[in-house]
Ligand binder design. Structure first.
Ligand code: NDP
Ligand code: 8X3
Length: 252
């Protein structure tokens, strides 16, 4: 029987590429996100690989929705083997005294609370089955901080911290927990951060051969398909031109 992977935030960027990678490689895939038309389009594309695809349309910030959708999965979809907690965002880039508190709440509610709700809904099944793998997408911004990054960095630091703690909590249950910390990747991330300003978004990657979503998906797939006794706890992946959040080498 095919294994089941659930990917949050599969409508764009890493999540979309992760769903495609697993689906192409024999997994039944649960794709989630808020943009229904994108989910429908992705579902159609993934079904062409010959494996099952389930599309779940919900906002990870809405606690009741998260629990209701996951608790009501059809029996054939209940046994989630791998959860990729990917849904997340940065909103804005300002000094703390000028920050937009709505942006802060969006980041905290999505990157921390959303990840917790989904994990809380999926983990009991893994515990009951005595196996599973939770893969949390953090960031190098959770390892180090940059000017104006304040709340985004703090949310990703929380993902790092939670990953370590969840790994300990679920150790006796044979559940792997992997924390992936990517650096600059050219997805819709900066477009979302700058609220649709394409010029600002493009300038982030100027002169950098940034990671692609597929690069990150390949690494996640590698971590997820190692032998049962092997767990990558923590993995940092950056473009070759980046040596940390404050150290980039840009070509002209
Ligand atoms: P994208 O903006 O391309 O994709 C983000 C995904 O998250 C979308 O599918 C979006 O779906 C989903 N999402 C956002 N908010 C919610 C929500 N409230 N409920 C459900 N889904 C949501 O960005 P990336 O692929 O780059 O980002 C993926 C993850 O990787 C994020 O956690 C980000 O912080 C992290 N990251 C990104 C890096 C980068 O440089 N790109 C580097 C390091 C980490 P929809 O809008 O349809 O709901
Ligand atoms: C995204 C990486 O450095 O742009 O998490 O914040 S960074």
């Amino acid at each position: 029987m095919n294994k089941i992977v659930m990917v949050t935030g599969a409508t764009a960027g890493f999540g979309r590429a992760v769903a495609a990678k697993f689906s192409q490689n024999g997994f039944n895939t649960i794709i989630t996100g808020r943009r229904k038309e994108r989910l429908d389009e992705l579902q159609k594309e993934l079904l062409s690989h010959g494996n099952k695809v389930l599309s779940l349309h919900f906002d990870v910030r809405k606690k009741d929705e998260v629990f209701s959708v996951i608790n009501n999965l059809a029996p054939e979809w209940k046994d989630i083997d791998i959860l990729v907690n990917n849904a997340g965002l940065a909103a804005g880039l300002s000094h703390i005294d000028a920050g937009d508190t709505d942006d802060w709440e969006r980041m905290i509610d999505t990157n921390i609370k959303g990840l917790l709700y989904v994990t809380r809904a999926v983990a009991p099944g893994m515990v009951a089955r005595g196996r599973g793998h939770i893969i949390n997408i953090g960031s190098i911004a959770g390892r180090d901080v940059y000017e104006n990054g304040n709340v985004y960095c703090a949310t990703k630091s929380a993902v790092d911290s939670l990953s370590k703690s969840i790994r300990i909590d679920l150790l006796k249950n044979n559940i792997k927990v992997t924390h992936i910390a990517p650096g600059m990747a050219d997805t819709e991330f900066s477009l979302v951060r700058f609220k649709g300003d394409e010029t600002k978004a493009r300038s982030v990657y100027k002169g950098i051969d940034a990671l692609t979503a597929e690069d990150v998906a390949d690494v996640i797939f590698f971590c997820a398909t190692l032998p049962a006794h092997v767990c990558i706890n923590d993995l940092v992946i950056t473009p070759t031109q980046q040596a940390g959040v404050n150290h980039n080498f840009r070509k002209d």
